[in-house]
Design a binder for this molecule. Sequence first.
Ligand code: DGJ
Length: 730
Amino acid sequence: MSIQFDAQTKTFRLETLKTSYVMGISEYGHLLHLYFGKKIGNDDIRVLFAGKIKTGFCPVPNGCDKKYSLNTLPQEFSSDGVGDFRYPSITVVNSDGSYAFEGKYEGHRIYKGKYRLDGLPSLFANENEKADSIEIDLKDSVTGVCVTLYYGVFEEKNIITRAVTVKNEGSLPVSLRRIMSFSLDFRRSGFDFIHFYGHAYLERLTERQHVTHAACEISSAKGIPGHEHNPSVILCDSDATEDFGECYGAALLYTGNFLCGAKLDQFNQTRFVMGINPEKFEFILGCKDKFTAPEAVLSYSSEGFAVMTHQFHDIFRENACKSKYMKQRRPVLVNNWEATRFDFNGDKIVDIAIEGKKLGADLFVLDDGWFGKRNSDSAGLGDWTVNREKMGGELSDVIKRVNDAGLMFGLWFEPEMINEDSDLYRNHPDWVLKIPGRNPALCRNQLVLDITRPDVREYLIKSINDILDNNNIEYVKWDFNRYLTDVYSLLADSRHQGEVFHRFVLGFYNLLDSIILTHPDILFEGCSGGGGRFDGAMLCYQPQIWCSDQTDAVWRTKIQYGTSFAYPVSSMGAHVSACPNKKTGRTVSFKTRAAVAMSGTFGYELDTTKMTDQEKEECAHYTELFKKYYDIITFGDYYRLTSPFSNSGYCAWEHVSKDKSECLVTVVTLEALPQEHTAYIKPKGLDENAIYIIEGADIKLTGKTMMNAGIPFNMFIGQYESRQYYIKKI
Ligand code: DGJ
């Protein structure tokens, strides 16, 4: 068992192959955090924490010894209002109006297998995979509010998951105002906080800050994680690199408002928290009601970011989503959006599909504009009936023509949205999020459906499933093109409006359960104006997510670099688009566009009917290459060899097969150099003593030579040019 409780020392130990996580129940019943890091011996480590800090202005719980303060001791789940002034893990307003929660140990349960959560996605253990769980109850004896901390231990994958439930076991209602999925205390400073920021068309750029006494904090209050911040972060040693230093990666499985923060306290201890954003959040818990906070995935590495990333990639590839496409090859797709926008008819899309086949595509995706009166973004959303006039007949006829051309067929939906100019809105104006007496804000001319309502969900499930069940649809792109404003449900009374943001997320997961999980043979791809909804919870339903509407290959090197810290390459929707790029006006060689898209799911986003035969041949060549390297790219270990944010003039990355027998190194030049210059690219993760050859080059070296001396890359090939090196063990 990877989880042990020592009744004598009252300590809990969670062990993976490389990490230890230790907690202890104090003499006064509080659960203290004793250690999380590189594997340690099975010692009684309470001695290390015996020295309590005695300082002024640090409250002591009544009846405890004078050096015992919740404000200085490392807490496993920090209390609120009773003496810990650092980030609280929970805020409860009790029925008497008091703000107080003091959790004391009540009991625990250790069991084999991975816990699951009610109504929220979470990681699962595969058959024959070792995973254990523990639940620890902490109760406030005055109010009866009981918090249960959940830990899942994936021993071989070096992953620990956390989640929390709050149950009102008292006799009066309470108001939950804040709930973190985890809180981690470190009795040290010297951390950096790395997070992934951006905006639409430029998601998940990388920023690194030193953790000081001023909070490092990221959050979303937009209803979804959004483009501006991503619910994945890294707390690491200030000198940590790809190959060195301690890193604590955390990814929240939540598609709503989140908060993540790290801060030093007055004694230079660090507290690191992640959970639901308390802004505009309130949940009323009546007697016996239970609230479940989302799961957070922790990936610890003592050897730098690369190992942390590999652990994240393995768990998200193998333990999040049950789609058959997690194991089965995914089709290379061609999508009509950048080619046509709303301006198409049935013949045009069939033509794009037929020409797409010549590029080697396996799947054609019909994007926005096939339903209702959807000829621009101002009408039709919500009316999930085929626009027969535009399509020139039934959808099934068009699908048949695409299938006859040898391609699978995929379709776009944006279920949670509605245009005022739609039959749905005309019939159900009360089905949207809006505050009585105010005109709700529009964004892309659309409003948001109130999917906290069962009747709205029922309509969506029925109308979408009807289309999926009556047509040969093998792929769905599920889009979401605005943030939430005017968050108010006409179904809820005024006391419960603080619940709407979270209930919206629960409603969304219910839609996914009823549409995605009931169609196991369809490949679902997430999307939100590009990558506004890219999080671990989505990966529990959808193997891939459209990374960004920014298809400029140079910007993509930065977007995909940031995305790769937590999320696997196999989850990153990446396509080749036409040049000059529609968003940036930049022209990048086809080869580079293909090389960058290959570090993702690969596909095309262009008008295949406007390409020359030579261009089509070139495309077919790169599709073939992608298919050749598919297994290394999709299932291998990913290494960031250099950062696209550095001033080296190039960026490089690598995919290595798990058995180290082959790898693919990609290098893109970001600058035009004034003179010849050779950079030495050092691959990683090879077998030191094996001999490797680089395909197409006269280079044959041992793994250790290649990894330490590097392979020569002539940077004088021009700006935005690229090379790919396929390296094979002989
Ligand atoms: C936003 C997506 O990111 C695009 O790829 C496209 O599907 C449009 N929505 C369609 O409205």
